[in-house]
Design a protein around this ligand. Structure first.
Ligand SMILES: [Zn+2]
Length: 274
């Protein structure tokens, strides 16, 4: 039975321990988090006035990458919406921006039609306006997935590693100090010639400590990765909370398997060719 324990859950960051799983299972979770969890992002920009230092296309690109706060219970993909792709409040968030220089245009200057869907980071600079320069535009955000464009990618830094098992037999360690210092992520502390494991989970299985131990004439340190237990971590851009993104990813995987099951049940044995 797969077992999940939350190590850290912050507004944009999550660390889990997934126990009794396999690499291909956690890897498919990683890939779904990266490329299939949907979010809203600006996809259409109408520029009314722009005499800033940046071309319309660059401004549109920068605006497109802003993290739009998304409620997955409300919004639908435009192609699946009742409006049949025309754009309505079930599938579209409209923004307006109007600013005159001097000053910097920030993401907070982009006003959504509903304040609940403001840009998640208010202080992302878009362009600097000098005296007399203006930027006036309208934009539409729609639902999409990271597979189609990076602006729809909710999660980043999605990764996992085998759960590290660090074992120390102090009777066989000759130079605790040197072994402790050889670790790049400070897994150990050395006290009076004794080596202690203080941050086992930080271990990146690099084996530097084992090599240093052998080099100094000892054989008391062993490192192993547990192949059925994983430290899984990811971050979001603020458009979705990490727990929402994770549950959505699981739902997507489940739906896909259900769909597959339906098709598989309809398979018929082919007549043998004579
Ligand atoms: Zn619609």
């Amino acid at each position: 039975m797969v077992n999940v324990k939350v190590k850290e859950l912050q507004p944009r960051r999550c660390r889990l321990v997934i126990d009794e799983a396999t690499p291909y299972f956690v890897n498919s979770l990683r890939r779904v988090l990266l490329s299939e969890v949907p979010k809203m992002a600006i996809d259409d920009v109408i520029v009314y006035d722009n005499n800033s230092g940046l071309f319309d296309e660059i401004v549109a690109h920068r605006v497109g990458l802003l993290p739009v706060t998304t409620d997955l219970n409300l919004f639908k993909f435009r192609k699946e919406c009742v409006c049949e792709g025309k754009g309505c409040q079930n599938c579209t968030i409209r923004f307006t921006l109007s600013k005159e220089g001097p000053g910097v245009v920030y993401s907070r200057d982009l006003q959504p039609d509903n304040p609940a869907y403001a840009i998640a980071d208010p202080a992302i600079p878009i362009v600097e306006l000098l005296k007399g320069q203006r930027l006036i535009l309208e934009a539409e955000a729609i639902l999409g997935v990271g597979r189609d464009h990076a602006k729809w990618q909710v999660c980043s830094g999605v990764g996992y590693k085998y759960y590290p098992i660090v074992k120390v037999n102090n009777g066989q360690v000759q130079n605790a100090d040197a072994v402790s210092k050889s670790c790049p992520v400070d897994v150990f502390e050395a006290h009076k010639g004794e080596l202690q494991v203080v941050r086992e989970e930080a271990c990146i299985l690099c084996n530097a400590c084992v090599e240093k131990d052998r080099e100094t004439g000892g054989k008391g340190v062993t490192i192993k990765g547990d192949e059925t237990k994983f430290l899984f971590k990811f971050e979001t851009d603020g458009s979705l909370k990490p727990d929402v993104a994770l549950l959505k990813a699981v739902e997507i995987m489940k739906n896909r398997l259900n769909e597959f099951e339906e098709k598989a049940l309809k398979l018929k044995v082919m007549e043998a060719e004579v």
